[in-house]
Design a protein around this ligand. Structure first.
Ligand SMILES: Nc1ncnc2c1ncn2[C@@H]1O[C@H](COP(=O)(O)OP(=O)(O)OP(=O)(O)O)[C@@H](O)[C@H]1O
Ligand SMILES: [Mg+2]
Length: 330
């Protein structure tokens, strides 16, 4: 699509594990993101969310497939293209302390980005640091402090200010509030909501906490063993989940403490491993709706009720409505 900011096409990221085994951490992911859009990326631990985020920003390996960001081919991009990628994107990490250089004051960390990317003339740098700190709700007087002299919430704000210093078109936030207290989490989420509206930021928000995703994101992509199994508008995915895996995740929400995020194993059955991905639909060993075809063939994406769903239940047009499906599986 020409109006996409980011297009990810059949992306694969494999790692070599011990004994020559292959870890298929990302195993064929396709989606796109428009300017200003917020996509929540959810799924159990180990399903490949962080690996996908890093590959998109060329902060980690990319085995096959294509990522194009604002006209740059991320996989094969030349030096100028990758420099542009660095200028227009940023990543925010889970651990606010580790994400910042412990030897640099937070003011210096933000300054460094402004200098490297020549965002403002040298005489404007100090003033811009103060502006960015104010933007994320940090008193500019804290600029001289090192991360160890700040709280977790203050550090995460400093990390966001540093990310914003490049004036990015896309931020990938990887569990960026998971390590924070609930009240601080809410403050950071409100800050992200405000910033995305003000700056037309596109955001990929990786999270375990479905409540936060529901509040923040326009769209949601549900990942299972390296693939997106369902993707659609947040409201549609939460109110009318289609894939049996998404349904299980959504069913688990009311039973768990909203502050604790996803249960470790909402489904039971065999725990998934990207070292040994089941044939056919990777979810079939745990699926309550499994059919013979699920053990053999990889399901293709179908559009159902505005969502893209990769599930054999929706492949036959005669079963392509909720009622029809319920009748068949009754
Ligand atoms: N450098 C690496 N070498 C080998 N395996 C890796 C490497 N990085 C990630 N993996 C494996 O790839 C799979 C996906 O990992 P990833 O960190 O992307 O998952 P995740 O969805 O972000 O999980 P979490 O929710 O726990 O952060 C895991 O099985 C992980 O062990
Ligand atoms: Mg992760």
């Amino acid at each position: 699509m020409s109006d996409s900011l980011l297009r990810v096409d059949d992306l694969q990221v494999h790692f070599l594990a011990g004994k020559g085994k292959l870890v298929r951490a990302v195993n064929g992911v396709t989606f796109d993101l428009k300017p200003g859009e917020t996509l929540g990326l959810v799924g159990e631990s180990g399903c490949g969310k962080s690996t996908l985020g890093r590959a998109i920003l060329k902060l980690g390996p990319l085995t096959a497939g294509r990522v194009s960001f604002d006209g740059i081919d991320v996989g094969t991009g030349d030096h100028a293209g990758i420099a542009q990628l660095r200028r227009e994107t940023a990543m925010i990490f889970q651990d606010p302390y580790n994400a910042l250089n412990p030897r640099l004051s937070i003011g210096s960390a933000i300054e460094e980005v402004l200098r490297v990317h020549r965002k403002v003339p040298p005489e404007r740098i100090k003033a811009r640091v103060a502006e960015l700190m104010q933007l994320v709700g940090l008193a500019p007087a804290l600029a001289g402090r090192r991360p160890s002299a700040l709280s977790g919430g203050q550090c995460q704000r400093a990390g966001i200010a540093r990310a914003l210093a490049v004036e990015p078109k896309l931020i990938i936030a990887d569990e960026c509030v998971a390590a924070l207290d609930v009240s601080i989490q809410a403050q950071i989420i409100n800050l992200l909501i405000e910033l995305k509206a003000r700056m037309n930021l596109a955001l990929i928000f990786i999270a375990h906490d479905l409540g936060v995703v529901r509040r923040l994101c326009d769209r949601v992509a549900v990942m299972y063993l390296g693939r997106i199994v369902e993707e659609g508008a947040t409201e549609d995915v939460f109110d009318a989940p289609k894939h049996p895996y998404t349904k299980a995740l959504m069913r688990a929400i009311p039973e768990i403490d909203p502050d604790c995020g996803l249960p470790a194993d909402p489904l039971g059955g065999e725990p998934p491993s990207p070292l040994d991905i089941p044939k056919g639909c990777a979810f079939h060993p745990r699926c309550p709706d499994v059919m013979p075809i699920c053990r053999e063939a990889l399901p293709q994406n179908r559009f159902v009720g505005g969502c893209a769903v990769a599930c054999h239940l929706y492949e036959d047009p005669t079963t392509n409505s909720e009622q029809e499906r319920e009748r068949i599986h009754a």
